[in-house]
Structures are given as structure tokens and as C-alpha cells.
Design a binder for this molecule. Structure first.
Ligand SMILES: [Zn+2]
Length: 331
């Protein structure tokens, strides 16, 4: 929270603008969003909401004032110069609110964003594992649960939102081999007393191919994010290849263009490995995006690790402005 206080101080004193002008950073600052709108009262994972609609508009306007907002197709041009500061606006997972709420705002502001799509969610709409876990925790009638195979001590549901318990459960999922995930979800379903979330909750959660085609025709870029959103690293080469190639095949057949851009599910430094990179090369992907913060300098460029900053609802306007103008400190 020191960064919140610092961002306020830098903005109020005018120091932020001065530091922005005098600092030497150059490269690409990619911002990543998941959902746009109002998370209050949702039984799903509220951590996925990146901004309210009005905040999202303001963020786009601020970004545009500061630097050119580019799409992934602009990267070869920008990389040829290796100079200047550029922003990218990206979305992961393909939630329906991206089309209903974010897309009209992007058109109004004249910003072309990139949407990374989990093709299996579009083809057969169902809840993601993180929303499933959130639903089980939030709708449980218990005060907590024991998962002895996974945690040494009981998980206590912190009221009223049970947010801390949820964060612990999600973090554990992200750190386990993907083979263990089905047993983990089944254990939560049993220990919470809720069973798994009913499928109808997920039926209208994602965009449709028609929506994605409309967005592409309006200048948005659509990229891949696997078939089923697993953590790719640690999977066999065959499984990784299926998740990447099949996602690419579905994008190409629905959108009429090959998958050139990709973002790693979860996206931290351990979420992808050399096998993943080899699969991306084989699939013809030009650029792949990670998700562990920071920006990508031109003198440290990596086509398959374009870094992205998480945009989250708890960022206030001061903090956002510091991320955009001083990413070497705040990104
Ligand atoms: Zn994702």
C-alpha cells in the first residue's frame, strides 16, 4: 500500500509529470483486463473485474494522451525503430461483458484492443475453474471446510464476502500440476457441501463467435488463450500442442485468419516453458503475452514473453496514471 501513498504524492505535487518527461523508459506497456463493469454482489470471482465502465473510459483517455496505443500487428513497425513509448490494451478469457460493456467504450474512444479467447469456453460455454471455486465458496452454507489432502489447517470462510478464503484456494490451484486439478475441484465441491456450480450459470458468461467476428470487423484483434485454460508448463508436449494448435484451428475456422497472437493462461513466469515456446513456433504465433507485471523494453525484447500489467479495480486514478507514465516503478 506504500505505492498507493506514493502515487498520490507524485500526482498531487506534479512530480509524476516531471519524472515522466525526464525518465528514459522506452518500450511497450501492455495493460491487461479481464472483465469490465460492476462486480458487486456476484457469486463468481470478483477479482476478475478490472475496472468499472466509467473508470475504463477514463483510463483509455489518459493512455491515449500519453502515448500511441498500438495493436500486436504494429509490433514489427515499432520494433524496427526500437524507440518511443507505446501502450497496448488487452483482455483475457473472453467474458461477455467485453462485448457488451468494453467494446462500445473502445469504439467510442477509438482504441483497438486485443482479446485473447479460450476457445473451449466459446464452443461449449461452461464455468471456468476460478468462477466455479468462487461459486462453491460463496454459496456454501458452512463456515469453513477441511481439505486435508491440500491444506494442513481448515479453510475458514471470512465473512461477508469470503474473499480471503477464495484467494487461498485459487492460489493453491495455480501452483498444482494440472493433472491434480479435477480431484481438487471435486474435493472442494464435497467439503463445501454445495457440489459443483450448475452449468447454466456459465451458459451466457462468454462471448459468442458472432460477437468476436463483429469485434474483429470493427478493428479489434482476436488472439488465442488455449482450449481449456490450463497452466501449460508441466503438461506433456502432446497436451500443450493440443491446447495451442486446436485453439488456433478454432480461431482460424471461425474468424478466417490464422492465430498470430497468444496469451498464456495464468501467465506468470512459471506458467510457460520451452515446450510451450516450441508449440507456439509450430503454430505460427508471432507474439505471446505473459502476465506478471512490468513492461517490455526494446533492448530486452522477447517475442514470446511480452509482459503485461494487471489492471484491477482497486487501482485508483493516481495509481493508474503512475503505472502508465512510470512503469519502471509502478508496472
Ligand atoms: Zn486467462
Amino acid at each position: 500500500m506504500k505505492k498507493v501513498a506514493l502515487s498520490r504524492l507524485l500526482n498531487r505535487t506534479g512530480l509524476r509529470s516531471i519524472l515522466h518527461r525526464t525518465s528514459r523508459w522506452s518500450g511497450v506497456l501492455a495493460l491487461n483486463y479481464h472483465r469490465v463493469g460492476d462486480a458487486r454482489g456476484s457469486s463468481l470471482d470478483r477479482g476478475l473485474w478490472s475496472a468499472g465502465a466509467e473508470d475504463f473510459s477514463q483510463q483509455l483517455r489518459f493512455c491515449r494522451q500519453q502515448m500511441e496505443i498500438i495493436g500486436p500487428a504494429d509490433l514489427p513497425r515499432v520494433l524496427a525503430t526500437r524507440r518511443g513509448r507505446y501502450a497496448m490494451v488487452t483482455f483475457d478469457d473472453a467474458y461477455r461483458d467485453n462485448y457488451e460493456t468494453a467494446f462500445p467504450i473502445l469504439k467510442h474512444e477509438g482504441v483497438a484492443a486485443t482479446f485473447f479467447v479460450t476457445s473451449g469456453f466459446i464452443d461449449a460455454p461452461k464455468l471456468s475453474w476460478w468462477d466455479d471455486i468462487a461459486w462453491m465458496v460463496r454459496t456454501s452454507r458452512l463456515r469453513g471446510m477441511e481439505l486435508p489432502a491440500w491444506f494442513d489447517s481448515p479453510i475458514v470462510f471470512d465473512e461477508p464476502d469470503r474473499e480471503a478464503a477464495l484467494r487461498v484456494l485459487l492460489r493453491r490451484y495455480k501452483s498444482m500440476p494440472s493433472n491434480d486439478a479435477p480431484a481438487y475441484l471435486a474435493a472442494i465441491a464435497s467439503a463445501s457441501g454445495t457440489g459443483r456450480c450448475p452449468p447454466e450459470v456459465g451458459s451466457s458468461l462468454w462471448m459468442t463467435w458472432d460477437m468476436l467476428r463483429e469485434m474483429k470487423d470493427a478493428g479489434m484483434t482476436i488472439g488465442g488463450h488455449t482450449v481449456s485454460h490450463p497452466v501449460l508448463s508441466g503438461m506433456t508436449a502432446e497436451k500443450q500442442e493440443y491446447e495451442i494448435m486446436e485453439c488456433g484451428r478454432r480461431l482460424a475456422s471461425e474468424l478466417g485468419e490464422p492465430m498470430r497472437y497468444f496469451s498464456y493462461p495464468v501467465g506468470n513466469t512459471t506458467a510457460f516453458d520451452e515446450t510451450t515456446r516450441a508449440c507456439l513456433r509450430k503454430a505460427g504465433v508471432s507474439y505471446a503475452f505473459s502476465y506478471y507485471g512490468g513492461y517490455r523494453r526494446f533492448d530486452d525484447w522477447d517475442d514470446y514473453d511480452v509482459r503485461r500489467v494487471a489492471i484491477e479495480t482497486e487501482l485508483d486514478a493516481d495509481w493508474f496514471r503512475c503505472i502508465v507514465t512510470l512503469p519502471q516503478l509502478f508496472g
